[in-house]
Design a protein around this ligand. Structure first.
Ligand code: NAD
Ligand code: UDP
Length: 338
């Protein structure tokens, strides 16, 4: 690893969808980047072009394992955690350990080195929200014993740890509550809505809508999200609490599917499957805090972002691999019929 007096960052989860985009962005900003990942859902393909950069180094290990205290870095980003429901539900105990013990290990490291720490939290901390749109002041509505709890409660506890390290040890932390984000470098078998629908539409496979498709999400293009994370890490005098990062353009799942069908010209049939348990009905970020604190708001429309994503999926050969969905889960435990 060449350092050349560069600022240095650890990106935990750097081989994943968002993490690999963040590593690229940091390298472009003149950073030396240590990417920590155990490849649970990350992929070497995401790192191919980065590995050639002399300022990039891969540390292949579980985030729960401590980093060497001698690792001399200035910033720590924690993105390590499977984010797609079928992936984080596959081994829920591992998901809780990753979120809670992994965040704790990285916080201890950051605290020892007295460096900034950014936690990739999630809109899932709001659960199936009773308040709409969701502001950071909302405490959420999470089922603590349901099938999504390993992720939701793991991320909530990780936030708790961040704020306790800030209060007790003066650690400069930042917490981003990320809303549904999509774009190139998502796994074809990721299992989330946009990767599923795009790969299904391109390959002519049936497009799967869970439930009646009236549930909503707000979709943020990856470049916009990475800009928000970068600005959040950079911001001085951060005392604002968690910051929502997402695109307030709220769409129903049925509406999203129609957009993908229109942009791909797909003739796929649409099939309706049972709605997963505890699937939130509505989600839209209030991004006033991000606008005020970071001067940030998304720049990419859904059509623009989808067009770029579709083009990447086409070139990445998405049509040969099946989308992942509920067929990979135990239907008896995880779904209900609407
Ligand atoms: P992803 O699954 O593509 O990436 C997660 C990365 O973490 C992968 O590279 C995976 O191998 C790695 N990882 C998982 N467990 C690990 C462990 N124990 N040790 C080391 N590495 C481990 O998911 P993503 O969409 O890139 O999400 C990145 C982060 O952002 C996650 O923390 C997620 O909770 C958060 N987030 C993402 C979204 C989104 O819409 N993409 C929304 C909210 C929050
Ligand atoms: N969904 C769907 N078809 C799919 C995958 C997901 O209808 O093939 C639905 C899912 O039930 C949810 C929404 O799309 O209502 C977003 O799901 P995703 O897993 O992308 O994100 P999350 O539920 O974690 O917000």
């Amino acid at each position: 690893m060449k350092l050349n007096g560069r600022p240095r960052a650890v990106v935990a989860g750097g081989a994943g969808f968002l993490g690999s985009h963040l590593c690229s962005r940091l390298l472009a900003e003149g950073y030396a980047v240590y990417c920590l990942d155990n490849f649970m859902t990350g992929r070497m393909e995401n790192l191919r072009s980065l590995e050639r950069d002399p300022h990039f180094e891969l540390i292949e290990q579980d985030v729960i394992q401590p980093l060497p205290p001698s690792l001399n870095v200035h910033e720590v980003y924690n993105l390590a955690c499977p984010a797609s429901p079928p992936h984080y539900q596959r081994d829920p105990i591992e998901t809780v350990k990753t979120s809670v013990l992994g965040t704790l290990a990285l916080l201890e490291f950051a605290s020892l080195r007295k460096v900034r720490f950014l936690q990739a939290s999630t809109s899932e901390v709001y659960g199936d929200p009773k308040e709409h749109p969701q502001r950071e002041s909302y405490w959420g509505h999470v089922n603590p014993i349901g099938v999504r709890a390993c992720y939701d409660e793991g991320k909530r506890c990780a936030e708790t740890l961040c704020f306790d390290f800030s209060r007790r040890r003066g650690l400069p932390i930042r917490v981003a509550r990320i809303f549904n984000t999509y774009g190139p470098c998502m796994r074809v078998d990721d299992g989330r809505i946009i990767s599923n629908v795009v790969s299904q539409a391109i390959s002519g496979e049936p497009i799967t809508i869970y439930g009646d498709g009236e549930q909503t999400r707000s979709f943020c293009y990856v470049d916009d999200l990475i800009e928000g994370l970068f600005r959040l890490m950079m911001v001085q005098d951060y005392a604002a609490g968690p910051v929502n990062l997402g695109n307030p353009d709220e769409r129903s799942i049925a509406d999203l599917v129609q957009s993908v069908v229109r942009l791909t010209g797909s003739r796929s049939e649409i099939v309706y499957k049972p709605l997963p348990l505890d699937d939130p009905k509505r989600r839209r970020p209030d991004i006033s805090r991000a606008k005020e604190l970071l001067g940030w708001e998304p720049q990419t429309s859904l059509d623009q972002g989808l067009a770029r994503t579709i083009s990447w999926f086409r070139s990445a050969g998405a049509s040969v691999a099946p989308a992942v969905g509920q067929q990979n889960l135990d239907a008896g435990e995880t779904t209900r019929v609407v």
